[in-house]
Design a binder for this molecule. Structure first.
Ligand code: HEM
Ligand code: HEM
Length: 192
């Protein structure tokens, strides 16, 4: 399977970025709501499970910059047939998704005062970083700093992000089953 995109289809690298981020994003949701719905999220037992949420979220964050760089450098497959308004809507939706791929890991990370354990290495909690120690000089306590950031993370996570993703998936299925074009197929891992 070719690594690079052509004007007709996505290459392996674009597919790798898409499907790894999509799987980690959806799994981050599943894990955090498992904790919220089925565990006591203040208990010690919930910490290793929440750590999975943090690790999946950070993975999404690590991938988004190289992904955007690759997107800017690479040729993009041609838009499928459709009206200019539909093409505009698709572009807005895709940039909205990129916005979420940045906003959710960022607000999650800078709003959480705990390290994330990846097994082979650990990512320091934002409260322990030099950047936060610098912010701290303005007499801002960790609690005062993280509260508004948590509000954004929880609000967007609870009310917005899943809806945008659901519309995105519905649009992909609409293209496949109703329009019967190749929009979904050219993003699938096994497609040529
Ligand atoms: C793909 C990225 C991420 C997504 C989609 C995501 C999504 C969510 C959602 C949906 C919630 C629950 C909101 C609610 O109903 O109140 C949540 C809570 C939370 N997230 Fe994330 N998150 C991401 C990344 C991160 C990262 C990187 C961290 C920290 C390193 C983090 C830390 C937290 C914490 C501490 C909570 C609170 C859990 C609790 O209530 O016990 N998140 N996140
Ligand atoms: C089962 C779930 C999913 C399916 C079936 C799916 C399907 C697709 C398809 C077919 C495309 C190509 C659209 C085109 O050629 O114009 C695409 C692009 C994209 N998807 Fe998904 N997707 C899924 C999940 C996700 C998730 C969870 C995210 C992020 C939160 C996401 C973010 C994106 C982005 C940002 C693009 C734009 C790529 C670009 O044009 O640069 N997708 N998706």
């Amino acid at each position: 399977m070719p690594w690079r995109n052509t004007s007709a289809r996505f290459g392996t690298i674009a597919k790798f970025f898409h499907w790894t981020s999509a799987a980690a994003f959806i799994a981050a949701y599943v894990v955090v709501y498992y904790v919220i719905w089925f565990m006591d999220d203040t208990s010690v037992e919930s910490m290793p499970v929440l750590n999975i949420h943090w690790a999946l979220g950070l993975l999404v964050g690590f991938l988004v910059l190289p992904r955007l760089l690759w997107r800017m450098l690479e040729i993009q497959p041609k838009d499928p047939p459709g009206s200019p308004a539909e093409h505009r809507l698709a572009r807005v939706a895709h940039w909205g998704l990129y916005g979420l791929l940045i906003l959710m890991p960022l607000t999650g990370y800078i709003g959480t005062g705990a390290p994330t354990d990846f097994g082979v290495f650990t990512v320091t909690g934002f409260n322990e970083t030099a950047l936060f120690h610098w912010i701290d000089r303005f007499d801002l306590s960790w609690d005062a700093f993280e509260a508004p950031i948590d509000v954004v993370h929880h609000f967007v996570g609870k009310w917005i992000a899943w809806g945008v993703v659901a519309l995105h998936v519905a649009a992909a299925l609409y293209h496949h089953w109703v329009r019967r074009d190749d929009v979904l197929v050219r993003m699938l891992p096994q497609s040529e």
